[in-house]
Design a protein. Structure first.
Length: 277
């Protein structure tokens, strides 16, 4: 995933955290070599002291957070006894006292740290703590979705995959697309799905034999892709974030458009029409 895209996700989470909690300064950064992290995103800072600061695992509050892979907080940074104090100078220059650090953990690997701070020595309350953890979870989910999209994209584009592998990757891509917040990435993802659908049209028979593709809605296609992978209505609902009744409605509409009487007939008809790979 491009670094700038990850930074955008982190920046947005920090901004929302500051707006909703009253934290005076929020900042964060991402790991680059598995051990050190550079603070690149700040909101509310009045000096450049923290920008570009490199945090090593085990050093300071953020380094402790990296090492333990869990949230850490101090009420008065300068006098805190359970952290090292390599970064006292820049922290003091910014006037920070009460600080919380929350790790960004994706697939059991720490990818960065999100911080929030006050310029007074006040305990971090439960509401602020929970909000910081929730902001980190939002970033983690976005990173995880992007990682999975990248892997599925690579699988679908790899040379010589079987059609079953392509179909499985297609179904997973359709499930992920609605969860991607970035409109540009979502459009690229759906474009890949479109190419897979088009590529499959001639594979089901002789060139030119595919029936005209019906005008299925994106959600009808999502449901059919889930059904094609063997999912029940309940499983498709869970994957797509829909209610089972809604899935049934989309499936009925798709079957009607495809002239199908069963779920299997709908999948076969969609594949013949090039609406599914």
């Amino acid at each position: 995933m491009p670094e700038h895209v990850e930074s955008v996700e982190l920046r947005g989470a920090l901004l929302r955290l500051r707006r909703t909690t009253g934290l005076q300064v929020v900042f964060g950064g991402l790991l680059h070599d598995g051990r050190a992290m550079r603070i690149a995103e700040l909101n509310g800072a009045v000096t450049p002291a923290l920008r570009g600061l490199t945090i090593s695992t085990g050093s300071g509050l953020g380094g402790k957070c990296l090492a333990l892979s869990r949230p850490c907080a101090v009420t008065d940074y300068a006098s805190a006894r359970h952290i090292t104090h390599e970064y006292d100078l820049p922290v003091s220059a910014e006037g920070l006292r009460s600080v919380i650090a929350v790790p960004l953990v994706v697939r059991r690997k720490v990818r960065g740290v999100l911080y929030g701070a006050l310029r007074d020595a006040l305990p971090i309350g439960e509401r602020v703590f929970d909000a910081a953890v929730a902001a980190a979870r939002d970033v983690e989910q976005a990173f995880a979705v992007r990682d999975e999209v990248r892997e599925l994209y690579a699988r679908a584009a790899s040379p010589g995959p079987s059609w079953e592998e392509v179909r499985q990757a297609y179904g997973e891509l359709r499930e992920l697309a609605p969860k991607v917040a970035d409109p540009e990435l979502r459009a690229r993802l759906l474009a890949v799905c479109g190419r897979l659908e088009t590529a499959s049209g001639a594979s089901e028979g002789a060139p030119g034999s595919a029936a005209p593709a019906p005008l299925l809605t994106p959600r009808e296609t999502d449901v059919l892709a889930a059904v094609a992978s063997g999912a029940t209505n309940a499983a498709a609902a869970q994957r797509l974030g829909l209610r089972p009744e809604t899935v049934k409605g989309y499936l009925r509409a798709a079957m009607r458009k495809l002239g199908a009487h069963t779920r299997l007939e709908a999948v076969v008809a969609a594949r013949r029409a090039g609406a599914l790979p």
